[in-house]
Design a protein around this ligand. Structure first.
Ligand SMILES: [Zn+2]
Length: 382
């Protein structure tokens, strides 16, 4: 049944195409009186219009004030729906450093990272300034830096308000990405220091053209590196390719993996259950995936956060980090062409994976009776 779902999803041709096809079918139903030639023409028009409308909607969201107004509405609705946040999170404490995940919107995470010696702090992707400000006050820290992975409002929507409140606070991110209120543009491998904390920018284009992940060196505090991955990488998933090719995204994912297996992954969204469910349709015989799905199902039905995982774990079940694995290639029905460079083939595998994931519609199974209501609905960015 799982394979059939994926094969069924393989009918579209790009983001939003599933909707376009659906609309086209409805349109044809209403226009059954048209001649066959006109019906074919109408079908072609509808199939072309779907992706165009998707691109137009994306541009309005990402590049105009309309997008910000839409974001503010989403924030308001999420605050009503989840007055205490969408998930129960757990701070991670090392000697001299603390990471506080802040659940915002329907499924985003911001992270407050604190040098506990000096009480100076940085925040990653503050989309809801009210929730972030509450965490700042609760922790009694001074906000010195906003680290913004990319321009999408669900990652940057709180930049302006927090900058207004905290005059000395700088905004770091890529100059390529129209990050709101950007004060300090960063290139690949450039560093940001906040108290005793050192972050390194990791250019990871693909989701957006200037997407930047941040790597915290927790070595001085006795911890492993911490990757704040924004919409590059999620537990068992990766970000949609809004502004990059599969080749670009593959290089960005490879850069993340090179950080080492013990690296802690702090993603921009709580998408674990949906991503693991999708992965399990492709790899039917992967014990690591099976176990993580069982664990995540329990976590999510108890509204608990699934962060962080490690990059080592991710490589054992995240299909987007397993494009080199034969079992996954076979599940997708792909074979390396003669003379095809290995990375070109992996990019082709990633492209097919991404296409299927874009069309995937999760249907949660019945929860174990004692676990209550199902988790949050899926979001757009993965
Ligand atoms: Zn995004």
């Amino acid at each position: 049944m799982a394979g059939a779902r994926c094969r069924g999803a393989a009918e579209g041709t790009g983001p939003g195409t599933g909707t376009a096809v659906g609309v086209a079918v409805c349109g044809l139903g209403a226009a059954a009186w048209l001649s066959p030639a006109l019906r074919r023409f109408a079908a072609v028009l509808m199939a072309l219009a779907g992706p165009l409308l998707f691109r137009l909607g994306y541009r309005l969201y990402a590049r105009t004030r309309l997008g910000f107004l839409f974001h503010q509405r989403q924030v308001k609705k999420a605050r009503e729906r989840f007055p205490h946040g969408h998930s129960v999170t757990q701070p991670l404490v090392f000697r001299g450093m603390k990471i506080v995940p802040i659940p915002v919107l329907d499924n985003n995470y911001s992270y407050l990272v604190i040098d506990t010696g000096s009480r100076r702090a940085a925040v990653v992707d503050p989309s809801d300034p009210v929730a972030v400000q509450a965490a700042i006050e609760e922790e009694g820290v001074t906000l010195e830096a906003i680290l913004c992975t990319h321009k999408h409002w669900d990652h940057s929507g709180g930049n302006a308000e927090l900058r207004q409140r905290h005059g000395a606070c700088k905004v770091y991110g890529s100059a390529l990405d129209a990050v709101p209120e950007l004060t300090n543009p960063l290139g690949d491998k450039e560093k940001v220091t906040v108290g005793c904390l050192t972050f390194e920018a990791l250019a990871t284009p693909g989701h957006t053209v200037g997407h930047t992940a941040f790597v915290l060196d927790a070595g001085p505090f006795g911890g492993p590196p911490c990757l704040f991955s924004g919409d590059l990488l999620f537990l068992a998933g990766c970000g949609r390719l809004f502004e990059g090719s599969p080749e670009t995204m593959l290089a960005s994912l490879d850069a993340a993996v090179s950080l080492g297996e013990d690296t802690l992954l702090w993603p921009g969204h709580e998408y674990a259950l949906e991503c693991l469910s999708f992965a399990s349709l492709l790899e039917l015989d992967n014990p690591a995936l099976e176990q993580k799905l069982l664990w995540a199902t329990k976590q999510r039905w108890e509204k608990r956060s699934t962060c962080p995982s490690t990059l080592g774990e991710e490589q054992s079940y995240n299909p987007f980090l397993r494009t080199h694995r034969r079992e996954l290639q076979e599940a997708l029905g792909l074979r390396r062409g003669s003379g095809e460079p290995p990375d070109a083939f992996r990019a082709r595998v990633l492209k097919e994976l991404r296409r299927r994931k874009d069309l995937y519609k999760p249907t949660w199974g019945a929860p174990p009776r004692h676990l209550g209501t199902p988790p949050s609905p899926p979001g757009l960015c993965h």
